[in-house]
Design a protein around this ligand. Structure first.
Ligand code: FE2
Ligand code: FE2
Length: 348
C-alpha cells in the first residue's frame, strides 16, 4: 500500500477522457483509500480543481474540449498551494511529455497504467509534500523568532526569494556546488538567519537608534547563540540541512575582508551559503523601510553594494546581484511592507 499520511493530500483529481482508463485508475486509487474527483475532459477537470483544490492531479494530455496542457497551465496560474501534477502519456510520445514538463507537470505515468509504477509515482509526490510541510514549519518557526523584533514575515519571504535568485545565478555561472538540492536547502534555511535573536533582551533588540558598544556586543551574540544551537543538533543528526542552517546562522555577519563577526572569517573561509544570505539580507535591509530609515533608492542600494564588493561581500555574489538586479527589485516591490522592523546594526 502507498504510505499516504498527509491530510488534504488524499484527494486526487483524475482527468481522463477514456472511460476505461479513468475507471481503472479510480478503482485502484480508491483501493488505496484516496478520495477521488473525476473529469472526462480538461474543462470539467479545471472546474473540479477550482471547486475542491485537490493537492494531486493526474491528467491525460490529449482530450476533447480542453487538453491537458491547458489544464496544467491554468492550475499553475491559479493554484494557492502547490499542486502535484502527474501526466498520463503514451510511451512513444516524448514530444508531448517534454512539453507537459515544460508547462509545469511534475511527473508522468506511461499508459496503460502499471500499478507498481503508479505506486512509485505517488511515493515521489508524497516526498515532495513532506518537504513542503517541512519548509513551512521552518518558515513558521523563523517568523515566530522574528516577531519579537517587529520584523514582518515579508522580510523573511524577500530574503528567501532573493537568496534563491542569487543561488540560481551563481549555479549558472560556474558554481557547480550549487546543485538544485543544495539551492533548495539554502533557500529554506535562509529564513533562520536571525533565529538566535530569541536570546537577545527586548531592551536591546528593539532599541530605536544607535547601540552603545555593550548593546552591540550583546546583539552580535545572536549569531553564536543560534549557530551553536544548530551545531549541536547537527552533531547529533549529521543532517546536511542542519549543517547549512548552522553555517548561515553562525556566519551571516562575517565579511569577505575578515572584519565581520563572530569569527572574523575571511574570503572563502566563510561558507558560501552565508555569503549569499548575507547579501540578500543586507540588500533587503537597504531597500526596505525600517523604523530608523526610509527605504533607500535603487541607485543608493546599488552604489553601497558595489562599494562593498570584496569588502563586506564576496565579489562573485555581488556580480550575481548585478546580473539579477532587476529581478531582485521586483521581489522587493512586490513584497513591500507598510512598515519593517528595527534592526539597528544590520546595514553594511
Ligand atoms: Fe543577523
Ligand atoms: Fe534579517
Amino acid at each position: 500500500m502507498v504510505n499516504w499520511d498527509l491530510e488534504k493530500a488524499n484527494t486526487v483529481l483524475v482527468v481522463e477522457d477514456s472511460r476505461f482508463q479513468r475507471k481503472t485508475l479510480v478503482r485502484q486509487l480508491k483501493g488505496w483509500d484516496f478520495d477521488i474527483l473525476e473529469a472526462s475532459n480538461g474543462k470539467e477537470g479545471l472546474e473540479q480543481f477550482e471547486r475542491h483544490s485537490p493537492k494531486l492531479v493526474i491528467t491525460d494530455l490529449e482530450m476533447p474540449v480542453m487538453d491537458g496542457f491547458d489544464v496544467i497551465r491554468s492550475i499553475r496560474k491559479y493554484e494557492l498551494n502547490y499542486t502535484y501534477i502527474i501526466v498520463l502519456t503514451a510511451l512513444a510520445d516524448k514530444e508531448n511529455l517534454v512539453k507537459a514538463l515544460e508547462v509545469g507537470a511534475d511527473d508522468f505515468i506511461i499508459k496503460p497504467v502499471n500499478l507498481e509504477e503508479l505506486k512509485v509515482r505517488l511515493g515521489a509526490a508524497e516526498r515532495i509534500f513532506r518537504l513542503q510541510s517541512q519548509d513551512k514549519l521552518i518558515f513558521a518557526l523563523a517568523q515566530l523568532a522574528d516577531c519579537r523584533s517587529e520584523e514582518t514575515g515579508n522580510h523573511l519571504r524577500r530574503v528567501k526569494i532573493c537568496t534563491r535568485l542569487l543561488c540560481e545565478d551563481l549555479a549558472h555561472n560556474g558554481f557547480d556546488v550549487l546543485t538544485s538540492a543544495r539551492i533548495g536547502t539554502i533557500e529554506s534555511m535562509s529564513v533562520l538567519h536571525d533565529i538566535g535573536k530569541v536570546a537577545i533582551p527586548d531592551s536591546v533588540l528593539n532599541k530605536p537608534g544607535k547601540y552603545t558598544k555593550l548593546e552591540f556586543r550583546i546583539m552580535k551574540k545572536h549569531t553564536e547563540v543560534g549557530g551553536q544551537l544548530l551545531e549541536d543538533i547537527y552533531q547529533e543528526t549529521g543532517s546536511e540541512q542542519l549543517r547549512v542552517a548552522k553555517d548561515i546562522v553562525m556566519h551571516h555577519h562575517e565579511k569577505w575582508d575578515g572584519t565581520g563577526y563572530p569569527h572574523q572569517l575571511k574570503g572563502e573561509e566563510i561558507p558560501l551559503s552565508a555569503r549569499i544570505v548575507s547579501l540578500a539580507d543586507v540588500f533587503d535591509a537597504l531597500g526596505s523601510e525600517r523604523c530608523y530609515k526610509p527605504s533607500f533608492s535603487r541607485e543608493k542600494c546599488h552604489d553601497i553594494i558595489v562599494s562593498e564588493r570584496g569588502r563586506h561581500f564576496d565579489p562573485d555574489v555581488v556580480d550575481a546581484f548585478l546580473r539579477q538586479e532587476d529581478e531582485l527589485w521586483v521581489v522587493l516591490q512586490q513584497l513591500r511592507d507598510s512598515f519593517d522592523g528595527c534592526e539597528s546594526e544590520e546595514i553594511a
